[in-house]
Write a protein that binds this ligand. Structure first.
Ligand code: IPM
Ligand code: MG
Length: 348
């Protein structure tokens, strides 16, 4: 099994290094690793955020473990050369459309949540976010209006096939959990969302055992803070999912804790923490590596069919937290490496 390691920018290399240590400690036979350049690091080295060799490695690999991309030095580059294009390009080129972002409170961290402890403790949800379409990939550009004003535009669209595919993912996920699916859209305003809602309802006929509900995205943002325990699986589009998953992370305690998987039709997956490259703390050993470590666990579960090894990592993270391991984002002082050490110390 080949794993592509793409550390990327900012804190990416530090956090991926800790995930790699944990993977190595599992002693799994037959795992090989190849490292590739992505993001600003790739741009600086070879002039493109997603060089052809990197894409080729990604396609050959069984799974990709990704750190983060984003580099303030690159902010003024043309959009197609910006670091973020690495992740967007990989999602698109490999058909990675089903982005799974679980959010669950570790009991030890309920105090770190921005919410009251009783409210936060109830969080156990999964956001299923579509990542191949929507306003992210529509036609975009800058133009002049008839009055000579500068105007930026990004076209939002979904076709029914895209919605159908992600709806099935949502229903499947709900079936494997508590049987509740909430589809989030903005059907009171957007045609894209009207189609989304119609198609989700059509697909629901195949899943009579799943309780489907619909929520407008503004209300969903409010409900996530008011009563997040009501959600089991949320299925939503690319843009709304981007926003709601950051919000969910803070409800859980820290954005440094949330892992994600993005799968294609052949179960190839890209695994990454949902947080960014945090250039402000890069290279200082302050980053929390646990979201990346937990992403490695998701990788073992979804792309490598090694659920026991995934359980071992998740259990070790829970024990490390129970034992008091806290990086600065969790209110502690432990360094990135010390957090890695804490997980290794309880891995069995
Ligand atoms: C994410 C990130 C990306 C996104 C950025 C880096 C392009 O915020 O994975 O949530 O918007 O999808
Ligand atoms: Mg995001």
């Amino acid at each position: 099994m080949l794993i592509a390691l793409f550390p990327g920018d900012g804190i990416g290399p530090e956090i991926v290094a800790q995930a790699r240590r944990v993977l190595d400690a599992l002693g799994i036979d037959g795992l090989t690793y190849e490292e590739g350049l992505v993001g600003g690091a790739a741009y600086k080295a070879v002039g493109h955020p997603l060089p052809p060799e990197t894409l080729d490695l990604a396609k050959r690999a069984d799974a990709i473990l990704f750190g983060a991309v984003g580099d303030p030095d690159c902010d003024s580059l043309e959009r197609h050369l910006r670091p973020e294009q690495a992740i967007l390009g990989l999602r698109k080129a490999m058909g990675l459309f089903s982005n799974l972002r679980p959010a669950k409170v570790f009991p030890e961290l309920a105090d770190a949540s921005a919410l009251k402890k009783e409210v936060a403790s109830a969080i156990d949800l999964l956001i299923v976010r579509e990542t191949n379409g929507d306003v992210y990939f529509g036609e975009k550009g800058m133009r002049k209006t008839a009055d000579g004003l500068r105007e930026g535009y990004d076209i939002m669209s979904y076709n029914e096939e895209q919605v159908r595919k992600i709806a099935h993912q949502g229903f499947h996920a709900a079936r494997a959990r508590r049987g509740k699916l909430c589809s989030v859209d903005k059907a009171n305003v957007l045609e894209t969302s009207q189609l989304w809602r119609d198609v989700v309802i059509e697909v629901s006929a195949e899943y009579p055992d799943v309780a489907l509900s619909h929520m407008y995205v503004d209300n969903a943002a409010m409900q996530l803070v008011r009563d997040p325990g009501q959600f089991d699986v949320i299925v939503t589009g690319n843009m709304f999912g981007d926003i709601l998953s950051d919000q969910a992370s803070m409800c859980v305690g820290s954005i440094g804790m949330l892992a994600s998987a993005t799968l294609n039709d052949s179960n190839q997956g890209l695994y990454e923490p949902i947080h960014g490259s945090a250039p402000d703390i890069a290279g200082q050993g302050k980053a929390n590596p646990l979201a990346t470590v937990l992403s490695a666990a998701m990788m073992l579960r979804y792309s490598l069919a090694m659920p026991e090894q995934a359980d071992r990592i998740e259990a070790a993270v829970a024990r490390a937290l129970a034992g008091g391991a806290r990086s600065p984002d969790l209110g502690g002082t432990m360094s990135t490496v010390e957090m890695g050490d804490a997980v290794l110390a309880t891995l069995n």
